[in-house]
Ligand binder design. Structure first.
Ligand SMILES: [Zn+2]
Length: 348
């Protein structure tokens, strides 16, 4: 579970100790949640729900209790596993971007199985020469994916991106698995199906089905240039892209475009850590059938030779991976996109 809770009755200026135990009981079958999900190196603190700062590093006792010493900055403080991003943050962000760019169009992608809206925003003319789709939170507990998305879309709405916006139609979705994000559930490997294994012929989740319909439609009418799914899975992961399994065997347009992309990504995503300049491959997904049900694989199979479809993976469990740190990754992603689209990826 992605935990955020409030502590009341604090005296500003005084320190208190927070002790946290890891899960000991399985949450499913024989699987016990990894301790880092409950006991990150730093607890994250906020007194206004907007700014989040890491506590000092916790200390783990011999009986596996993590203790954080926290200095109170307000009578009531929120404590979290990492900087959170919940549906109300998505709503605020979309409102902010729509106010800044009057030409942008908000849209409801779908209503979830739980009846919640999955919202997005379209920026740019439908018939623009370049078409881009960027989204996050197919895995609900990967809140950093939405933090990167927020950094990206704020950059995209800034003056620096004016030229890119004039040439591009962008579809952006801050949270895909709204149902699990709303209740603080993990989502990964969820039942009945992992959200990012649902890109099948008959998806279980209405928002996946709707994204497939829209992406097919965009590609049929205008051609999709770039699809990027933002993830944030591993406690100590670096920042890297999962590329196409067939990358080594690719030729021509495909090979050139994926190579250009990773080059521009490496040149532009440099803070708070440099992105890995080589693709990694999600080899833990074993069968072609399952690989085809991942969003990036489905998009590759349903678009063109010039389309690139990748996932950007960030780690967490580090004070570097703050709201600001993730934001810088997102801005770097935007700059990489501008550089990539500065030459038409459809040219032979
Ligand atoms: Zn993920």
């Amino acid at each position: 579970m992605l935990v955020v809770f409030k502590i009341d009755g604090l005296t500003p200026g005084e320190a208190f100790t927070l002790e946290v135990q890891a899960q000991t009981k399985p949450f499913r079958d024989n699987t016990v949640l990894a301790a880092s999900w409950c006991q990150p190196k730093h607890a994250w603190l906020s007194s206004d729900g907007e700014t989040w700062t890491p506590s000092g590093a916790g200390t783990l006792s011999a009986d596996k209790v993590m203790s954080y010493t926290i200095k109170a900055t307000a009578p009531q403080m929120s404590v979290a596993w990492g900087p959170p991003f919940v549906p109300s943050d998505a709503e605020k962000l979309l409102t902010e971007i729509a106010a800044k760019l009057p030409e942008a169009k908000r849209f409801e992608l779908a209503k979830t199985r739980g009846g919640r809206p999955v919202n997005g925003i379209r920026i740019g003319d439908e018939n623009a020469p370049h078409q881009v789709w960027i989204g996050s939170r197919q895995h609900a507990w990967e809140a950093g994916g939405s933090q990167v998305g927020r950094g990206f879309i704020r950059w995209y709405a800034s003056d620096e991106a004016k030229e890119l916006r004039a040439q591009t139609c962008l579809h952006y979705i801050p949270i895909m698995d709204v149902d699990n994000a709303a209740i603080g559930a993990g989502g990964k490997e969820s039942i009945p199906r992992d959200h990012n294994r649902d890109w099948a012929d008959e998806p279980i989740y209405p928002e996946v089905a709707a994204a497939q319909r829209m992406i097919r439609d965009i590609h049929a009418k205008h051609g999709l240039d770039v699809f990027i799914d933002l993830h944030n899975p591993g406690a100590s992961d670096p920042i890297f892209f999962f590329g196409p399994f067939a990358f080594e065997r690719m030729t021509g347009l495909q090979q050139r475009n994926y190579q250009r992309w990773i080059g521009f990504a490496a040149a532009n995503i440099t803070e708070p850590r440099k992105v890995d300049p080589k693709y990694r491959f999600a080899t833990y997904v074993k069968t072609d059938e399952e690989r085809g049900r991942m969003s990036s694989g489905w998009v590759r199979a349903n678009t063109g030779d010039f389309t690139i479809s990748v996932t950007l993976e960030t780690g967490w469990n580090s004070p570097l991976m703050s709201v600001e740190g993730y934001g810088k990754v997102g801005a770097g992603l935007g700059r990489a996109l501008a550089a990539y689209l500065s030459e038409n990826p459809r040219r032979e």
